[in-house]
Design a protein around this ligand. Structure first.
Ligand code: SF4
Length: 385
């Protein structure tokens, strides 16, 4: 079955090999891509087959988790959240949502949040940087300069291979060196990339005279200035939001953005990070959690986010939707099972904004897709005419 890899925002197309309900191999879809997958995309799918997955909803009654049906959980979930909205008003419910859900699932969660009158919707991985991609992958083919920043090859191997094979003029900048250095026309390492790119920007704008004498910055600035069509490729895993802002400013200052073959390509962690941002999930995890800690958020709904520290948070109502038991499901008042992308159909927006379709390879092991579960909540919350 044709699908899209769920492990990062690069959106590599895959073929799920499966027999019955067992996924046994993931291979690249060579009809759609270059035929390269990283180790994670190729080998880390076994979690789908694990036997310790959560398969039924449960509710905490007197500190004991008790299984309930999907029918009953719908009533419990909707009525409780409605009553919290009624009692505490707008923005009293927070949604922390994984950027790995499909666009269709996210749109339903968005609708839920609208009906419950809350703007407190976001994801743990929202960084606060607005350096979104402005070019498509194909535009790299004609770039006059690719400026790769961070560990692009190590973090996103298929993109590293693509850049290597394109043989376009390449400058690689990282903290401690990267594999892409070997294929670049020039490579630079700097312990403090923020200082380096502040100086590059200083050279480009001519405003900061203090930067004179920084050879690395001057060389990068000159090469960038000289290229009519430069594309900056940013590894978000190793490049901080502050540096991303500087890189965007370089492109904006020199007007090398929002035109074909020039701009930014930002490589993000989660599979549908761009789709989630486009659908309005733009609050950071820190903001939502601090509001929950401060008491203005009374109910917190955490959907597919595993790395949430709720040790200091004591909300009135905590809902955890997850594939596996964890600290969050342990503490939650209500637990709902999620399914993987291999058990879902829908679309994902890869990091360059291209929307790709992914197909259900195996039936949901919980008996219900995420989409159907969210849809039932909406239909119960807003009865159809
Ligand atoms: S680079 Fe990302 S999308 Fe591609 S195979 Fe690896 S994890 Fe999956």
């Amino acid at each position: 079955t044709e699908g899209v890899c769920s492990s990062c925002s690069l959106g590599c197309n895959v073929i799920y090999q499966h027999e019955g309900q067992l996924i046994y191999k993931v291979t690249p879809n060579r009809l759609k891509d270059d035929g390269v997958l990283c180790k994670m995309g190729k080998f880390e799918f076994d979690y789908i087959n694990k036997s310790n997955r959560i398969t039924r909803p449960s509710v905490k009654i007197k500190s004991v988790n008790t299984d309930i049906s999907f029918e009953d959980v719908k009533i419990e979930f909707v009525l409780k959240l409605k009553s919290i909205k009624y009692l505490h008003g707008k923005d009293s419910i927070g949604f922390l949502v994984s950027q790995s859900l499909t666009n269709e699932e996210l749109a339903l969660v968005r609708e839920l949040s609208t009906q419950l009158e809350t703007n407190m919707i976001g994801s743990v991985n929202v960084t606060g940087s607005d350096a979104q991609s402005t070019v498509k992958y194909e535009e790299l083919n004609n770039a006059e300069l690719i400026l790769a920043v961070g560990n692009v090859y190590e973090s996103f191997a298929p993109m590293g291979v693509k850049i290597k094979n394109l043989k376009r003029p390449l400058i690689s900048v990282s903290t401690n060196g990267t594999r892409l250095d070997h294929f670049s026309n020039a490579s630079y390492q700097a312990q403090n990339l923020e200082t380096l790119f502040t100086d590059v920007l200083g050279y480009l704008t001519g405003k900061n005279k203090n930067v004179l004498g920084n050879n690395q910055a001057e060389q990068i600035a000159n090469a960038y200035k000289k290229a009519n069509k430069p594309i900056i490729v940013i590894d978000e895993l190793t490049v901080s939001p502050t540096i991303q802002k500087l890189l965007k400013e370089m492109a904006v200052t020199t007007r090398k953005i929002n035109k074909p073959h020039r701009g930014l390509l930002t490589l993000k962690k989660e599979a549908n990070a761009q789709g989630a941002i486009d659908l309005g999930f733009i609050k950071s995890g820190n903001e939502i959690l601090s509001k929950a800690k401060g008491g203005s958020i009374k109910a917190l709904v955490v959907i597919g986010e595993e790395e949430v520290d709720i040790s200091e948070i004591d909300v009135e109502y905590l809902v955890a939707m997850s594939m596996f038991p964890n600290d969050l499901t342990e503490k939650a008042n209500l637990v709902l099972p999620l399914v993987s992308l291999a058990e879902s159909s829908g679309t994902l927006t890869r990091t360059d904004g291209t929307v790709q379709k992914t197909n259900m390879a195996i039936k949901p092991k919980t008996g219900k897709s995420n989409y159907d579960m969210f849809n039932e909540f909406i239909n119960y919350l807003v009865p159809q005419a």
